[in-house]
Write a protein that binds this ligand. Structure first.
Ligand code: DGY
Length: 312
């Protein structure tokens, strides 16, 4: 079997090692390290992380490349058109991180609305003096509308969770307004953005970052949310105008934000650290043992299939 595989890191579980044993070479080298750059011309498959953007120049430097596997469902860091033009198969990990990512979005929603981080910090500080009627009052969710941008598997899984809390999920997606989205136990309406935003006590982002969704939630869109609305982003930072979101949080116009992703991550805008009513996580959406092992299996199976397929 041919196939020199160059991976920027080890993956969770045995899948990458097993894949490497089936092919002549599996080399691990940090992204853009001298060893990685030196191995690129001979590489037939690359494994990269979502934080490692590949360029057309990388493809040009890798004339033997037949497949790229990204350890993520998102593919916004890959030059997709150039890959297609060169006949390079792109393998990502849809499906297996759906529940983990929806769980994390729910964790952020609960943490923001019930002020979990502040409460925990109060107890740990030793400054808690006891139960008080107005202490750390949060925001109730039952009966309220939850706007969800994106009706793919993660958006639908999140909708099931908020429906179970007694919320009313409504969707916006690129299919346009009208019709219903089947979320399993019930159907939820698909609305135009202009109708969804003013109705959404909670707005959660679950769409991919594409040319169509970059900057989708700009200042004008955020200002259409009702006063006190809570924003959750486990999708991609580039979908949201972070400066506008921070302005509206500072002004008390938004009720809170729970973020797992940031435009320039890991270099997040330091203003986030001073913005009130926020819970900030380090891109943990898929970070469960189960999801990360399944992602590795899916990725490695996809690469094996691509390397075993003769080039047309
Ligand atoms: C992905 O895999 O693209 C997600 O961002 C994980 O959280």
């Amino acid at each position: 079997m041919t196939g020199r595989i160059l991976s920027t890191s080890a993956l969770v579980g045995p899948a990458l090692g097993t894949l490497g044993a089936r092919f002549p070479e599996l080399r691990l080298a940090p992204f853009r390290s001298p060893a990685w750059t030196a191995a690129l011309p001979e590489a037939e498959a690359l494994v990269v992380l979502l934080s490692e953007p590949l360029t057309e120049a990388d493809l040009a430097a890798a004339p033997r490349l037949r497949a790229i596997g990204t350890y993520s469902v998102g593919v916004n860091h890959l030059p997709l058109e150039a890959c297609a033009a060169r006949g390079i198969t792109v393998v990502s990990t849809p499906g297996v991180l759906t529940e983990a990512t929806a769980d994390l979005a729910l964790a952020l929603l609960m943490a923001v609305t019930r002020r979990v981080a502040e409460g925990e910090a109060l107890v740990r500080s030793g400054a808690w003096t006891g139960w008080a009627p107005e202490q750390l009052l949060g925001i109730g969710l039952a009966g309220k509308t939850c706007g969800i941008l994106g009706s793919g598997p993660i958006g639908r899984a999140f909708a099931r969770r908020v429906w179970a809390l007694g919320m009313h999920p409504v969707f916006w997606d690129r299919e346009g307004a009208g019709g219903q989205v089947d979320i399993g136990p019930v159907h939820a309406p698909r609305l135009p953005l202009a109708a969804l935003l003013p109705a959404s006590a909670v707005l959660s982002l679950h769409c991919p970052l594409t040319t169509h969704t970059r900057g989708l939630l700009d200042r004008r869109a955020l200002e259409q949310l009702p006063p006190g609305a809570v924003l959750i982003n486990t999708a991609r930072g580039g979908i949201l105008d972070e400066g506008a979101a921070m302005d509206l949080l500072d002004a008390g116009r938004l009720g809170g934000a729970g973020l797992d992703v940031y435009a320039g991550e890991p270099d997040l805008d330091s203003r986030w650290l001073r913005t009130p009513r926020t819970v900030l996580l380090p891109h943990l959406g898929s970070a469960t043992v189960e999801a990360r092992e399944a992602m590795a299996r899916l990725l490695c199976d996809g690469l094996a299939a691509a390397l075993n397929t003769p080039r047309c």
